[in-house]
Design a protein around this ligand. Sequence first.
Ligand code: ADP
Ligand code: MG
Length: 729
Amino acid sequence: MPNFRFTALEKTLSRQVVPYSMPKNKPSEYFGEMTFNMSAMKEYLTSEAYGKVRQAMEKGDKIDRKIADQIASSMKAWAMGKGATHYTHWFHPLTGSTAEKHDAFINPEGEGKAIENFRGNELVQQEPDASSFPHGGIRNTFEARGYTGWDPTSPAFILGNTLCIPTIFVSYTGEALDYKTPLLKSAQALDHAATAVCKMFDKNVEKVYATLGWEQEYFLVDSALYAARPDLMLTGRTLFGHSSAKDQQLSDHYFGTIPERVIEFMKEYETEAHRLGVPVKTRHNEVAPNQFEVAPVYEEVNLAVDHNQLIMHIIETVAKKHNFVALFHEKPYAHVNGSGKHNNYSLSTNTGSNLFAPGKTSKQNLRFITYMVNMVMAVHKYEDLLRASIASEGNDHRLGGHEAPPAIISVFIGSQMTRMFDKIENSETREGMSDDLLQEFNIDVPKIPEILLDNTDRNRTSPFAFTGNKFEFRAVGSNANCGKPMIALNTILADQLAQFKVDMDAEMSKGNSFEDALFVVIKQYIIESKRIRFEGNNYSDEWREEAEKRGITNVKTTPLTLNTYIEDRIVNLFERHNILNRRELEARRLIRLEKFTKKVQIESRIMGDMATNHIIPIAIRYQNTLIENVKGLKDILDLQTYGKVSKNELEMITRISNHISEIKKGVDQMINERKQANLIEDELQQAMAYDEKVRPLLEYIRRHVDKLELQVDDELWPLPKYRELLFVK
Ligand code: ADP
Ligand code: MG
């Protein structure tokens, strides 16, 4: 009987590179051609409508129905010109992926005729029958109305034959059921608070917006091998697999030559991304075999989050054309590095300044240090919220390994900034503070290229690191919607900046000058937030101990972490800035708890199935071969020789027996634990039962299966092995 593993493998190996021919024209000529961007709008809209959209984008003004009708009909004309036949509202429900429901432009007109139609109200608002999206109790199914509403700040785009319109998703009663709604609100709160602080330094600043540049990691696996791994297909990760003799120990994959088959795939998805206006720029191999990374030029945070969701979709679909499957799970393989998503974060002003970049004058540098200190202070106050914002079942496997930051949030600012902070902390007066700043950054010397400033020392182990002109939040999971951590970051920074303004006003009302007040407040913040700064190795055990002494949260798994969302402190924070209310936060927590439980439940079920009907039967089959062999030996050998020869084989048979019985025991116990957990009504208790009772059994069963993998005849083994999954190019 042909072995499935080899049949799959053979198919793969016979597969050729799927060549991709790049468009003839330059990327700058097709960049954004599939988006209804500003230049398309200018071409298709009346100047009145164009002006209204601009105002909506820049000032958040509302668009009235008459104008919406005009925009809709122009958008339709544009989209149909590009071959679109359908349209959809494209949104980010709390499942973590994106959702679409396609409607055709076509409308019957009577007398058997039809016309293509797309009206303003279809653009602006839709009511998808969305009762099956998670809502954490906010929306009972009998009043299942949820509304999607057009977000004019993120351009509509065409995927396949469908015009996709980025929208928010809210319930009938107005509560947010998505990530975009609170993200937009948090960006607005941040703009409000950060602009007010900017005005203390520069009256010309009218707007501050957060910028995000994500670095997205993922694995590629051959689709035939993938299809032979039910665990990968259903859970996104391998539940079994002994480590490959060689994996990442030689560090020969990182930044190595990209294989030809992968290059063709990359060329194609990059072109697709560019046509959709996603400014991807960097690609390289990552640490683990078959692991890669893509990064764009940064953008305003709302657009960047949409583009991250979009790139994941593009990569998934283009990978298929090249007979690959793209894995975004945080830990698809044990023993090799998992995948993260570094979120590079900064603040830009309408006057073109980056508020986390040192400037050229002492005034600019005072502003820079103000924003730096406030960011550190915000993390100090809300480290637990940042931790919760990146929690997920998948990320639990990655955080705290020797590949990713621990579940402890701290800030790295680099030696230059540390010197600066120390200097301020230890000064009695502000005299010299500004001159020191100038000298420290060495920017009074003309013509120093800006890039030198960006090359501050790096600490790759820090979860939240200052990297010269931005902060890099590195603990985000590869599969996450970036919206979650960005909502948290925007909100805590907005809150801190508002507090800063209050503290400054209080100091100045004592008769202090602006500079004096600034010195007092900043110095106090530097001292107060000191515990959150850590410049050493975040992967070390010493840091865990030290962090505990400093009272920094260290909750390793998701369920308990999510309690943070319903603490009064956090609820007040979100309510204070009108971003999320208590009901919405409670709903979000419940949704994530439920998701956690379901994910572990699915893993546990598929593991039980595979252990019972893939692994054990094969182990028994191989064991029978050994038994037959021993019997045969007995027939042909004299008793003494037989005694010697059979010893090894009998040992092998016993060992296999032991593994089989441990696997069986583990599966029975796991099913039992699951049954008990399923009876628990409280969502937290249930998730914790899955975490503490079911998960360890997954590990236990795996250990025995992986041992068997080393003993059973390779030809019989039912699953593609790590060396194939990781190395077949
Ligand atoms: P690394 O050295 O960490 O791999 P890069 O310097 O190449 O990273 O930049 C990584 C990401 O940081 C890119 O996506 C880039 O767009 C983003 N980035 C750079 N400047 C900013 C900024 N001001 N705001 C947000 N993201 C930024
Ligand atoms: Mg980086």
